[in-house]
Design a protein. Sequence first.
Length: 179
Amino acid sequence: MERANITLQDRLVKELRLRGISDIEASNAYLPEFRQDFNRRFAVIPRSSHNAHRPLLKKENLDRILTHQGARNFPNNLTVQYNKVIYQIQSKRSGYAIRNAQVTVCENSKGEITILYKNDPLAYTIYYKPTRQAEVVDTKTLDHQIKIPKPLAPNHPWRSYGHHISGKPIQEAAPHGSD
């Protein structure tokens, strides 16, 4: 799919330039012709015409399926640790019933946590959440994380007071017109 998108972006732009098309209306008018020519040259007939799509079953929950999931075992105190946070299960049933049972911790794209026992969600509270420590910063965002002082302007008032930067005195700016 990516290759097709790159090909289309590259080829369509070049075709528009060759035809001198530079506005949206003319581009939209040319698009059916371009699509027909592109499909004639590059389309591939599928090996099978069978449609493999199937409807979603009532018991399937896409919000739950499309999550990061991890299996955990309950210790005796009915807590689960996931992503450095400890969750305490709030259960009305006897604690002995689910001790050492396996549960699934699900985290959706918003960071919301669901703890499942036999595919049923369990109520929980956050027992322990660590305080925010120093974080590892990747090189792409390093410049945004560090506050780098901007150099002083040539006419900045501090320059007239003889302040030093990196062991060297800051030289005063020359007046305009004098070299």
